[in-house]
Design a protein around this ligand. Sequence first.
Ligand code: COA
Length: 331
Amino acid sequence: MTGVKILGVGKCVPEGRLTNDDLAKIVDTNDEWIVSRTGISSRRIAAGEPTFHLAAEASKQALERAGLKGEDIGLIIATSITPDYYTPSVACMVQREIGATGSMTIDVNCACSGFVYGFDMAKRYLQTDDSLKYVLVVSAEELSKITDYKDRSTCILFGDGAAAVVVERKEDTLYSSYLGADGNGAQFLMARNVLGKNPLGREETVIDEKMPEGNGPYLYQDGKEVYRFATRVLPMVTKECCQKAGIEPGDIDVIVPHQANFRIIETAAKNLKLPMDKFFLNLSEYGNTSSASIPIAFCEAIEKGKVKSGDKVCFVGFGAGLTYAGVIFEY
Ligand code: COA
């Protein structure tokens, strides 16, 4: 199989920590409830720095670890649901910051599945374009921008951060992916853009009838529906990736799942008949950072020696859309 070799991984998370006790001062909640329902203890929250800044810092670290310079990168794939601008893209802002002038730039919005979609796109570009040597995939999010800190059912979940990988093509290596979406579940997890006000004064037609009136730009979620979806697709995607790769789930060395909720991952582990120590988790410290959660966890897993050269690694994500995505590759 043609796959990818990871040359460098980097991350950048804001300094500011928001603990469960901090949240208990803002909304009616407590540490015990949050930890028992989610596994989350604290999150990092940006203090004014833009999303693209986190993306650029993570990218610089990944490049340095890869022994490359910005100008070596031929394609930047950035993923975010919380960019600073409608336009230009996060990828263009990163390109400017790292000096990758002339590279292709693409932004991907697949919510929490974004990094895995971006990673698979990188592999497909590398496989079909011989002139392309190195691709940067960077995921950066500031969920604090779209979190309603008056809503105790969502504000406990989300945090900010970014991470990046630099990859090149690798022949004769393990690689499989399984990606998809179910737009019929769109209304279970959404955040609205500004309402259209056109000069003819026509009212914009909205489809988000489930969202509470006056929800503004904040994330709305039907927690139970999302929970049901996540516990179904996480094992399903892992099994599909394994089948395509010709391996069993037990053959995977490390699974790096989207860091949404400890209970979701525990349920998936049971379904897959795998021990929890196959899964690398850091959600206790960072919460759910949407598309950045898998690469931040992957970066930490490498730094802590939990992922070693030659390991079979599985990334598996799920999120708004509703989207799902998995890849298996050899590190
Ligand atoms: N602190 C204390 N109580 C809370 C609370 C909080 N932060 N949030 C909600 N509650 C209350 C509710 O008001 C409700 O009270 P009631 O019974 O008096 O009405 C009770 O706790 C149970 O609420 P419920 O929504 O049924 O809780 P839950 O067990 O479904 O847990 C989530 C809520 C959000 C933790 C859970 O649904 C979940 O994890 N869903 C998936 C979310 C996710 O991963 N999203 C991102 C995917 S990418």
